[in-house]
Design a protein around this ligand. Sequence first.
Ligand SMILES: [Zn+2]
Length: 725
Amino acid sequence: MNESNVMQKPIRIRISILFLFSLILLGCNLQEKPNHKKPVIDNTQSPFTKLRSIPMQDTKLTEGFWAKRFDLAANKMLPTLENTMLGEGTANLNRIKEAAGIIKEHQHGSPWGDGDNYKWIESMAHVYNMNKDPELDKKMDYWIEIIGKAMDPDGYISTNIGHDKSQRFQKVNAHELYNMGHLLTAACIHYRSTGKENFMVIAKKNADFLYNNQWKTEPVHMARFPWNPSVFMGMAEMYRTTRNPKYLELLQIMIDNRGSRPNPERDHSMGGTDQTQDRVPLREETMAVGHAVTGNYYYCGAADLYAETGDKALLDALERIWNDIHTRKIDIVCGVAMGGQGHEISPRGDEVHESFANEPYIQPNGYNETCANIGTGMFNYRLFMLTGESKYADWTERMMYNTLISGVDLQGEHWFYCNPLSWDGTEGEKIKQTNGRDKNRLVPAHHSGQRWEFMNCYCCPPSVTRTTAQIHNWFYNVSDDGALWINFYGGNKLSTTLADGSDIKLTQITDYPRDGQVKIKIERTENESFPIHFRIPGWSENPVVSVNGEKVSKKQNPGSYLTIEREWKVGDEVNLDFPMPIRLVEARPDVKNFNNKVAVMRGPFVYCLELPKQENGEEIYNDGIFIPENVKLTAEYLEDFLGGVTVLKGKVLNQKEKETFVNNNPQLITEQSSVNWEENELYRPLKPKEGSNSVEGSVEIELIPYYAWANRGLGYMDVWIPLAR
Ligand SMILES: [Zn+2]
């Protein structure tokens, strides 16, 4: 040791002590915890679930459809959201800075903007989980620190309300618990993705505030405040992350409270009405009613509560509501928001909007808010895990391939709030932006014919992003009997642990849903014998499954899981082949709007006919387009069209040809049939008369998957196409 070192020793000791102190401080917050690796929906310890999720780290997308969508979310949607949210007007990140005292200028935003900002952070956490991009990590820490500063010392935060305590929980529709609910979820996902506790520290403070200062002291006053109840799912995950029983108790109180203060005034801005599903307690509810986003979030939260408590009355109610939606009130692309912005009346006499259908079988042109479509998928996936029933996975898949991804354009930069089933070539209504620096600039209304960069209500873009970035987490489940469940197909590698603690690694190699061939290779296994359940999609016909080249003789029913139990060995190869014939699908005759029309499907995709104006669409549209029941459509994959899609080509009839055809060939035409429909059947394949040859007209059409419409400028679009009848 030389002299100068000796001289500097006291300073070095001081620096070392400071450094150690900082490390201890950081350790409290930022050091990765060894046991943080948990699933997105962490039901790993839930006593009342049939299937369990697997940790976020265990499924890695490799190639194909969902790998591409994930890249779009990571590289385009995330920065697009950030760019918009840094401007004033709706979900406004700078409002958190204002609340933190970092900027002085007043920042405008929507009441629910905080929740959407947190969804953006949650999306980053999902992406970081896959790519470990240090820039994302830094960005999340940056905003988490500001959120911590914006929070009141007692744990309250909602920047639309601010720091004046007298303003808290005064208006039920101020979305305070939507905002805080998304904070709780984002913090849990951030912790599970990064292992850092800095966001969880803030989330715990907030959840403790809700427990101690609000619900324990004012449960009656608070009954109507979970207006748009993201807080239910958020509180469930808080319990699951911390195992602190008071968060579960709080979730129970919140669910039990809902519907306990029905509103005699029927003013939905006061809560206690069907608009927010709080006129009737959930256990007594018989139907899906009211706002379709708040409804789905409520049902998801109640499903999470059931997984922890096993309260049968909750599950019974959820199954009644599910039946009401899926046998009477859902459209073919998994849209459920039928009521638009207008004021409609619920069956119990309350004013509702953006609601589930107020009568069975009423399907207008598809309002279909993107958040409501995604919420339906979230509800279905939860019921699937609770029960293991395939019908729930089928509807989850319908959402994934249709109205999740129709919510964003192929560049990942423009969005849809509504997802109509038909469009008339116009731009759609424009409205004045209501706040922010660009106040009064014209922006698209909710119902638009073109995806937009910005509009007044920005809830859907971060919903699409966070769901796209996490969807691979839904591909697999495990169950306590030692089984692995394979739900959804797409190129990926799985490395997880079965219930008995043994490792399983496998690879899925597939172009699904371009075609229905899936190869699953076992890469590692320790067990002597265990079951794997393979989902056979409800839409499939004559699926073929083989193991190591040998066909499985067991009958494979569409809409079920095929169980193969054997001594799995490294190198075993399962081939699933789901042929994808083109299907014409008809709706139950009670759905009057779609009488004598068909939708066209192939695999999980619903197709649409889009006629862009710039491609002579108006003329073709005006001449009429009619599909003969026995039309010949051929599938062709086009690599360079709309990001790579399989189109369906055929020649159909115009108005004149249709009239001639109908007059000359009555024997080839079936009538809209109101008989032989199963009680709960809403859609079914159309069966043309046997023996009739295909009929061709002069109109060449090219159907595209529904999600890809509105990427070619303005045009005409129809999911339901008139039959030549
Ligand atoms: Zn939305």
